[in-house]
Ligand binder design. Sequence first.
Ligand code: NDP
Ligand code: MG
Length: 394
Amino acid sequence: MTRGVAVFGATGSIGCSTLAVLAAHPDQFRLEVISAHDNMDRLLDILKTHQPKHVVLTNPEHWETAKTHRHRFPQVIFHAGMSCLNELAQSPDVDIVVAGIVGAAGLRSTMAAVTAGKQVLLANKEALVMAGSFVMREAQRTGARILPLDSEHNAIFQCLPKGYQTGESIQGLEQLILTCSGGPFRTLDASALKTVTPAMACQHPNWSMGAKISIDSATLMNKGLELIEACHLFAVQPAQVDVVVHPQSIIHSMVAFCDGSILAQLGAADMRIPIAYSLGYPTRLAIDVPRLNWRDLRELQFEIPRHADFPAIEMARAAYESGADRPLVLNAANEMAVAAFLNGAIGFQQIMTIVAECLNRLPRQPISVVEDMILRDADVRALAKSLVEASICS
Ligand code: NDP
Ligand code: MG
């Protein structure tokens, strides 16, 4: 019996790593659905080597281009528009959904998979930051099993007893310790941060990832988002989550228990490892990734994050503690500011200024339904856009 898999965001970094793991185990998985947004070249490459039943172009503007290539892939059914993806998330042929779309754009499709009670392999951390309580409650209602793909949360999950379900409290837990590479500017002088470019910020020392998460790793906002993600996935408060800079990215996170034991998961910095763990769960899948060799491991370093120069972790912690719409505002402002930095409109340090400004200017508002979240998200984006424009003019 094979299991049907839908890969949302198949053209991205997580999507491609997922397709590689699936291709190594054709006896266990069938590729039912993939989605692409703008990267048509990558989509066509994927179709040369993989045979999904359905392809969804979440950006319908590419429908005409797709039409000119459709005859080359007669076995594939093409669809256009995000709503098709949300519908296919609920198909009885889909058992596992890999939520690999980046940013708030992934919220609805992730929710659709959770509402349909699927096994959801979650990379789209922004969905949890925006709407974590909602997503976790819905998973409990429908029986959807959420398995974290983010390497830190996957490491924590691997350290927990078999049978542990995300969203439950962890017996005997003292602390979760998220490791953080420190990003490309870990040792850079604060004064030099003013002049760093998007190309420099995208040069992550250990991981190869999409542009948005690479910038988040450089500002350390990625760790801030992950702190919030951990609170939702493992039912902990921010005070129970510590962050340690570990430049080698060999230990992917740790769990400290009340008896003084600390469990950790180690491995190469390769997303195929957490992806394979979650796809195969509870069985391990063999994959051809670099192995850690203890003979080559000379040093495991640990440092305290430079919070004064990289305020994002503490901003995220405060946003979660403050509750209501604060994490959503943090996330939307950050997405807009990161896009502006990538376009060359603002400098690196202005990313955090814009996030802080949005949090200050928009009053705290409770939000309880997805529609309110979408509206609030749009408000934040409008404000962040005007702040970017004002900073360009000043
Ligand atoms: P990429 O930028 O590489 O890929 C993003 C994917 O989302 C692409 O398939 C892209 O399509 C699609 N996409 C972009 N915008 C939209 C939109 N508006 N609507 C629908 N689809 C869209 O990102 P990553 O793979 O690096 O990251 C994906 C998610 O996984 C993020 O949330 C990230 O934080 C998380 N993550 C990533 C890790 C990594 O190693 N890369 C590690 C841990 C978490 P297209 O390219 O066709 O435009
Ligand atoms: Mg991570």
